[in-house]
Design a protein around this ligand. Structure first.
Ligand code: TXA
Ligand code: MG
Length: 304
């Protein structure tokens, strides 16, 4: 049985011993290892079933880490870090030579973020180093927003699950590539792109599917087929048609996009748990957090 609890002390001991700890963040749970321990990092890739050239995000305790982990972070990176950290924003920067190339998937760039969760911040501050952590799910499946989701997905591969309750943002961080000028949003996420533009000015064209390296179109996929609709009425009609064909259907819709993001992954998992053949999702408007929810829904639907 995997150990679950709220002990930062225990999490720290497992990390220091080279083990894997599931950490709560405001976005989704991460599967963390000491970013300086190559063997521990390789265990993260193995536990997830993730290709080793698919880079990990390094979580750090505060923005002072920019100067430690990155070479010459540009002013835009400092502006974003000051405004958004701790929070759901990841910055891609030129990696310092000391950063493990196992964590970066062999690249000379590193993705950094300061997560906004008190338990994980305490862990980071006491540890002193960086924690490399992808989302704590099997590669390609739905990200975990509770400790129970992590246990369902990764079971015994995890040394300790630090239970920080349900993630309050619910979708992954926004990834901004600061190695190009102007910076580029590689993945829409918990910080709306509009907020990034408010801070930096207009960005390079950043619509369409995520372009974070190694991201696949079929990420975030439940077992059920995901079908996208534009309105509750359309969903109702499609549900009736599918049910008439004998399909079991679950509809996902939340009028408020903050709630939608919080519930999205749990809803997709619940659809699978209910044995649905089809999950019908009503798309939120393409604004604010809606960009991230739409991106994840497009990817979930692409898998079918
Ligand atoms: O909210 C989040 O970002 C969560 C929590 C745990 O922090 N983490 C997360 O990690 O979503 P993961 O591994 O599921 O997604 C990280 C994304 C990947 O698409 C990866 O390609 C991209 O970040 N990434 C990491 N390092 C990169 C780099 N050097 N250049 C470009 N993309 C990078
Ligand atoms: Mg992931």
């Amino acid at each position: 049985m995997v150990e679950i609890g709220r002990s930062v002390e225990r999490a720290l001991a497992v990390i220091r011993a080279g083990g894997l700890v599931a950490i709560p963040t405001e976005t989704v749970y991460g599967l963390a290892a000491d970013a300086g321990n190559g063997d521990a990092l390789r265990a993260v890739f193995a536990a997830k079933g993730r290709p080793t050239d698919h880079p990990l995000i390094v979580h750090i305790g505060d923005a002072d880490g920019l100067g430690v982990w990155a070479i010459d972070p540009p002013p835009a990176a400092r502006v974003l870090a000051d405004a958004c950290w701790p929070g759901p924003l990841t910055l891609v920067l030129h990696a310092a030579p000391t950063v493990s190339r196992v964590a970066t998937g062999g690249r000379d760039t590193v993705a950094l973020r300061v997560p906004a969760h008190p338990l994980t911040l305490e862990l980071l501050h006491r540890f002193g180093g960086g924690l490399a952590a992808p989302s704590a799910n099997r590669f390609g499946s739905v990200s975990p927003t509770t400790a129970a989701h992590v246990v369902d997905d990764l079971g015994v591969a995890v040394g300790y699950v630090l239970d920080g309750g349900p993630a309050h943002v619910g979708v992954e961080s926004t990834i901004v590539d600061c190695t190009v000028d102007p910076p580029q949003v590689l993945r829409p996420g918990g910080i709306p792109t509009e907020d990034v533009e408010r801070l930096l000015g207009p960005l390079a064209a950043a619509s369409g599917p995520s372009r974070a390296s190694g991201m696949l179109v079929s990420h975030y996929a439940p077992r059920a087929k995901v079908v996208l609709t534009d309105s509750p009425d359309e969903a109702k009609q499609r549900a009736a048609d599918l049910q008439a064909q004998g399909d079991s259907v679950v509809v996902i819709h939340h009028g408020d996009v903050v709630t939608y993001a919080q519930c999205l992954y749990a809803d997709l998992r619940a659809g699978d748990a209910a044995g649905a053949d089809v999950i019908l999702a009503v798309m939120p408007p393409a604004e604010g957090l809606g960009h991230a929810v739409r991106d994840r829904l497009h990817k979930a639907a692409a898998a079918g």
